[in-house]
Design a protein around this ligand. Structure first.
Ligand code: NAD
Ligand code: DAU
Length: 339
């Protein structure tokens, strides 16, 4: 089995590359990644010499490069993780989100049509459903919840999802889509809540909590997401959408306090800052379909996963230290300077 994994040098994609190489020693995994600010080749260093692994630096929007790779590798499956993924950046500059997340998806699917494919899998997000109110804990996102987006990021992901389903209906492309909740774990880029707070707390720096800190996210350990995608590409039904989430809702402020407690740091580091524009209030996934149809259940409890994650950041400073210098500092100053 030849599998092209796009965005495999990023957070979830790299965890997926490791999961697949470990679980299927006879599969060939080809990682196609543009290595944007969020892609990091050092993450994949341990597998670079694995004969079943190949890394190709390319942009999913580059039709010639994508076609060349398909001709060379004749993939059976494509799993598309490649995306601009950070909501705050999409508010600053929507354009690149439309290019990578929508045009890039169409380029990949056109190659799938041209060269033939057993499965195209689109890694999507629960953010396509918009948000839920805090005072209705009985409400959850199901696969039938209407698309109703808030940010340029989620709109670009929703646009891509619609295109994927259109390619299935119009051209018969064998597609599946997963819509997952917030992931956490190793190799998470330190612009996102959990790694940002861990690293800033370690340096005794202020922890910028948006708004009132009561926004709720539904956290899933990244390995559980990878296992869900593995199940979907092997056993999922073509043309279907699967929601992925572990019923683990937490308010941002509680996550931040938990991190401070684990690190033995003072809550005085918490600083409430101006809210994110259009900030979604609550995400909560109903994972009944993937559980009933494919037998998926999350395996890592949040209490264990967050301790494992903090430990990983403590032990892997050599991974994040180079990231948080230079360009990243400019980013932090630009995004948080006026907040
Ligand atoms: P990430 O930002 O950590 O990684 C994205 C990767 O894609 C990087 O390696 C980057 O170099 C690569 N990339 C970006 N533009 C590219 C392009 N034009 N061509 C080729 N490669 C390109 O993202 P992530 O958090 O790992 O998210 C991966 C996917 O999962 C995204 O599609 C995202 O929408 C989705 N998702 C993320 C979460 C989450 O909590 N992080 C939850 C649900 C869904
Ligand atoms: O739900 C899935 C989505 O989760 C993915 O599709 C996105 O790619 C991924 O980035 C993530 O989006 P969020 O916006 O939920 O993640 P983020 O880590 O940016 O923020 C989590 C929450 O924490 C959110 O309510 C905003 C808040 N926050 C974030 C940052 C970076 C803060 O309060 N302070 C911060 O500095």
């Amino acid at each position: 089995m030849n599998i092209i994994v796009t965005g495999g040098a990023g957070f979830i994609g790299s965890n997926f590359v490791y999961h697949m190489l470990n679980k299927y020693p006879d599969y060939r995994i080809i990682c196609l990644d543009k290595l944007t600010y969020a892609g990091n080749l050092s993450t994949l260093e341990p597998v670079m010499s694995n004969p079943n692994f190949r890394f190709v630096k390319a942009d999913i929007c580059d039709k010639a490069a994508v076609d060349k790779l398909f001709e060379e590798e004749k993939p059976d499956i494509v799993v598309n993780f490649a995306a601009e993924s950070h909501v705050d950046r999409s508010i600053e500059n929507p354009q690149i989100f439309l290019e990578t997340n929508i045009i890039g998806t169409s380029v990949l699917m056109d190659a799938c049509r041209k060269y033939g494919i057993k499965r195209y899998h689109q890694v999507s997000t629960d953010e396509v459903y918009g948000d839920l109110p805090l005072d209705r804990p009985d409400l959850f996102f199901t696969e039938n919840t209407p698309i109703h987006t808030s940010s340029p990021y989620s709109s670009s992901k929703a646009g891509a999802d619609l295109l994927v389903l259109a390619y299935h209906r119009t051209y018969g492309l064998p597609v599946t889509i997963s819509r997952c909740s917030n992931n956490y774990g190793p190799y998470h880029f330190p612009e996102k809540l959990i790694p940002l707070m861990i690293i800033r707390a370690l340096h005794d720096e202020s922890l910028p909590v948006y708004g009132d800190g009561l926004n709720v996210r539904d956290w899933l350990y990244v390995e559980d997401h990878c296992k869900a995608i593995d199940l979907i590409i092997h056993n999922g039904k073509v043309g279907e959408v699967y929601n992925v989430g572990g019923h683990n809702e937490m308010a941002n402020i509680d996550i931040v306090k938990l991190i401070l407690k684990e690190l033995g740091k003072s809550e005085d580091l918490i600083t409430y800052v101006t809210d994110r524009a259009g900030h979604d209030r609550r995400y909560a996934i109903d994972p009944t379909k993937i559980h009933n149809d494919l037998g998926w259940l999350p395996e890592t409890k949040f209490a264990d996963g967050i301790v494992k994650t903090i430990k990983w950041y403590l032990e892997n400073e050599s991974w994040w230290q180079p990231i948080i210098s230079g360009e990243y500092m400019d980013y932090y100053q630009k995004m948080y300077g006026d907040k």
